[in-house]
Design a protein around this ligand. Structure first.
Ligand SMILES: [Zn+2]
Length: 285
């Protein structure tokens, strides 16, 4: 190599390296959702409206480049590329960080919920709407692809953002009407445990099951039972879930899948819970 060629080569390498550093900086996760929530400029409702219009007009622009979305874990970026989250409500500066956490959680857990529970014959919504309301008489609820969340509840219980994973499970379930409510809520809490935040302090999942409980008690009680079931009979929760989606679920399905009556399974679950509580299903799902 002559001297001029070496100088050119070194200069080119430097430029490429600098571009790489700038690009990596743009992909940093901390500011990834800042464009959605800016309480000091316009109201959150205006922002939500702008976001809606932007979604319609400029879907392609939002999809590229992937690194600029910056949702942290690259494993999720590919799957969540076609997903959209709309925000609506009177979000103030105090509440904005909570909305940011919920947004991050959405892009982390919704692809996993879709991968595991989506019905290919009846695909779930790719565009989910979050409505924030100052006072709702429950922490959150879901109707079709819209999740309403109580701002009062989350301001008092900011550690409870895992409720979003529960509600997103309902979006993916979209079971036909009249299905067993205890299974609907049990699977939603089972999914919250598997795909929600790594730590969820204060959540009722952490309470010990006892003689006062029963498998059809719904929410975390049924959820913990389903988690035990899945550990001992892999894919059993998936089969029960599919039967609910196909409108064929009955309590006899537990025996069809495992060969044991549900009461017998429940008794075994109670005996095993201390053993189970030491490991996390997150490592295996
Ligand atoms: Zn629910």
């Amino acid at each position: 190599m002559n001297k001029i060629f070496i100088i050119k080569w070194v200069s080119l390498s430097l430029i490429v390296s600098l571009q790489t550093i700038v690009w990596t900086g743009e992909g940093a996760g901390e500011k990834s959702y800042g464009f959605l929530f800016s309480p000091n400029s316009t109201s959150a409702q205006d922002k939500a409206q702008e976001t809606k219009q932007e979604n319609k007009q400029d879907v392609k622009a939002k999809q590229v480049p992937k690194k600029k979305r910056g949702f942290g874990d690259q494993n999720y970026v590919k799957d969540s590329n076609e997903l959209q989250l709309s925000i609506e409500g009177p979000i103030d500066a105090e509440f904005a960080p909570i909305v940011g956490k919920l947004t991050t959680l959405f892009y982390e857990c919704y692809p996993k919920l879709l991968k595991r529970f989506d019905n290919p014959k009846l695909p779930s919504a790719k565009h989910v709407k979050l409505r924030f309301r100052p006072a709702v008489n429950v922490p959150a609820y879901c109707v079709n692809d819209t999740i309403t969340i109580s701002m009062d509840w989350l301001k008092k219980h900011p550690e409870d953002i895992g409720l979003l994973t529960h509600e997103l499970t309902h979006v993916v379930q979209h079971y036909p009407g009249g299905q067993a409510g205890w299974m609907v809520e049990g699977i939603a809490d089972y999914a919250r445990f598997c795909y929600g935040p790594e730590t969820q302090p204060g959540w009722s999942w952490n309470r010990r099951l006892g003689a006062r409980n029963k498998f059809d008690q719904s929410y975390t009680v049924t959820g913990k039972f389903l988690w035990w079931l899945e550990e001992h009979y892999p894919k059993s929760v998936d089969k029960l879930h599919q039967n609910l989606q196909n409108r064929t679920f009955s309590v006899d399905d537990f025996k069809t899948i495992t060969g044991k009556e549900i009461n017998e399974l429940w008794e075994q679950c109670l005996k095993d819970q201390d053993k189970n509580s030491k490991s996390s299903p997150k490592s295996s799902k």
